[in-house]
Design a protein around this ligand. Structure first.
Ligand code: 2AM
Ligand code: CA
Length: 262
């Protein structure tokens, strides 16, 4: 399989993601080691690495001209998005994986020369797969995601790590205006939930390309809006801020946050 059409690529990517999910569920019943990375709260396990190795091996066997850009090492040598690039978070929500044993995902965005064409976010313990092939609609376990309904900010459910309010007190206003807030700890799943209309917006101040690539493609496919916290386009080669929202309130949220900016 060296030349592959998009549909075949989509089927291959979803099959491998399910296989990775089976591996994670199996490893969870056995023992695994937990280590820290940049600080004591930044966790990684040998399961994260095992999933990334699994995709690395599969790609080198079947699609050697595709590039893997994964959190646990393979991203280091990726300096541009030329060709077909698989942007992978082997486990998004590692803290949930370790402490909660639920609500984490395998997140995969496949980009062709910088354009997101396939988005997959797989909630491993709920066996719920969000997926899309650009232009063909977004699905959850084979069911098409409905068009997003218009929602005013005062009826919206927002999601972000509550610690971000310490970084930007302007978020307090948004919290007061909204119907409610949630904090799930997996950016990929929170983005998939925005795409599915289960959440109306998700905000973060520090995400890497692999946290958001899969969810980004899903959100674009349902016509939602994703920018950084300043309303500008995302950069898939660096970390940054994020605001993903129902298209009817994305601008309202930006205005609420930035109304006193100079
Ligand atoms: P992770 O589990 O793959 O690390 C938690 O609020 C969300 O932020 C998760 O999606 C988590 O991804 C991500 N995250 C946690 N620490 C991060 C960091 N230092 N840089 C980028 N993303 C991070
Ligand atoms: Ca991760």
């Amino acid at each position: 399989m060296s030349r592959i059409d998009r549909k075949e690529l989509f089927n291959t990517a979803t099959d491998w993601t399910r296989e990775a999910g089976e591996y994670i569920r199996k490893k969870m019943k056995e023992s695994f080691s937990v280590n820290t990375k940049s600080n004591q709260d930044d966790l990684v396990t040998d399961v994260d690495k095992g999933v990334e190795n699994f995709f690395e091996q599969k790609l080198s066997d079947k699609l050697p001209d595709h590039t893997l850009m994964g959190e646990e090492g393979t991203a280091e040598s990726v300096k541009n998005l030329d060709g077909t690039v698989w942007i992978l978070d082997p486990i998004d929500g590692t803290m949930n994986f370790v402490h909660q044993e639920s609500f984490f995902a395998v997140s995969l965005g496949i980009f062709e020369n910088g354009e997101g064409i396939i988005g997959i976010v797989y909630d491993v313990m709920n066996d719920e797969m969000f997926s899309c092939l650009k232009g063909e609609g977004a699905y959850v376990n084979g069911r098409k995601l409905p068009e997003l309904k218009e929602v005013p900010v005062h009826e919206s459910i927002l999601s972000f790590n509550s610690g971000w309010i310490l970084k930007d007190r302007r978020l307090e206003k948004l919290v007061k205006e909204s119907r409610g807030t949630r904090s799930y700890g997996s950016a990929a799943l929170e983005l998939a939930y925005v795409a599915a209309g289960r959440l109306d917006a998700y905000i973060s101040f520090n995400l890497a390309p692999w946290d958001i690539a899969g969810g980004y493609v899903l959100i674009k496919e349902v016509g939602s809006t994703v920018t950084n916290y300043e309303g500008k386009d995302l950069d898939f080669l660096n970390k940054g801020t994020l605001l993903a929202a129902n298209p009817y309130i994305h601008n309202n949220i930006l205005s609420l946050i930035h109304e006193y900016d100079q």
